[in-house]
Design a protein. Structure first.
Length: 162
């Protein structure tokens, strides 16, 4: 049986700009996030998923713990996404960042960027994740195979993962 896909809204009902941003404590539903940005005028959706990996700087990782000052983190998430939308009335963005204890492979951040054309959607996803790591007060602590735990500064690990 084919998977049910959401019916696209007509272009006249389309939202633009930031349609959703949140800090969440439950697993992120990437398909639901993508559905938030889709409408009949969209030709491309770029979805970025940051996941907990099992190795960092040569050390085995068993999981990750994320903490946030949630009111400020949510405001900054929205501000980062709004800044990415500046200059593009057609760009639509939805994003979530998870807090709490995550296992290897779980999604920690999801960013859905939609636009009538692929390049702006893809560029926006990269812009949002890079700015998020610099500006949003969400901290992560890696849990290593040897039992040690260490807080990681996301601003010093450019482009290397979530």
């Amino acid at each position: 049986m084919a998977a049910h896909s959401p019916r696209l809204r007509p272009l006249s009902d389309a939202s633009s700009g930031v349609v959703h941003s949140a800090v969440v404590s439950t697993p992120i539903d990437a398909l639901a996030l993508m559905a938030r940005v889709q409408h009949a005028g969209i030709g491309a959706v770029s979805l970025f998923l940051g996941t907990v990996r099992d190795l960092n700087d040569g050390r085995g990782v068993t999981g990750m713990e994320y903490e946030a000052y949630e009111p400020m983190a949510e405001a900054e998430l929205r501000a980062v996404a709004q800044a990415a939308c500046n200059g593009s009335a057609e760009l639509v963005i939805a994003l979530e960042h998870r807090v709490g204890q995550l296992d290897v492979g779980e999604v920690s951040v999801a960013i859905a960027c939609a636009h009538p054309h692929r390049a702006p959607a893809m560029d926006a996803a990269r812009l949002v994740i890079d700015a998020l790591k610099q500006r949003v007060p969400i901290w992560k602590r890696e849990h290593y195979v040897d039992g040690e735990r260490s807080w990681i500064d996301p601003t010093t690990v450019q482009g290397s993962g979530s």
